[in-house]
Design a protein around this ligand. Sequence first.
Ligand SMILES: [Zn+2]
Length: 170
Amino acid sequence: MAKRRSSSGPAARPGRRALLAGAAAALAAPALARASDSYAASPFRSLTDAQWKARLPGFAYEVLRREATERPGASPLLQEHRSGVFSCLGCGLPLFRSAWKFESGTGWPSFYTSIKGAVATKADASFGMDRTEYHCAQCLGHQGHVFDDGPRPTGLRYCNNGAALRFLPA
Ligand SMILES: [Zn+2]
C-alpha cells in the first residue's frame, strides 16, 4: 500500500493567500517524495486491485500483485539470450539488462545486478525462510528474491519470476 501524505497543513486554511501557499506546497510535494521514493507520484501506484487484475494476464497478476512464485523451468525467458532489456510486465520500467543475465541452474531467470533505482527490497520471512524480496520501484509489483550467492562482480543473484518480466530486444 502506498503511504499518503496528510491533507492537513497550510492548504487546509481558507483564503486566497492560503490557497496560493497550498498550491506551492502541492507543487513541492512530489520533489520531497522523490528523495525517498522516486515513483511515489506514479499513476501506477493508484491502480486498484481490480484494475491490476484486468490489466495483467492471470498468472502475472498472481506473481506481481500476490507474490506468487512460478514453477522452476516454466519461463520462456530462460531461453532468451538476445541483447536487450527486461522490463516490469506491470508498468514497463526497465529492470535488468541482458548482459547481466546468467545461467544459475535454478530454473528462474537470474541476474547479477539490476538497473540503478529500478528495484526496491523488503525482508520476507514467509515459508520459514529469511529472504530478501524485491519489487519494481515504480508499480511495487513483486519480481523475486535476491540472494548473496551470485557470480562476480556483485556476488548477487536476482532470482526473478519470468512471468513478471517482458523482454525488449535491443
Ligand atoms: Zn513495475
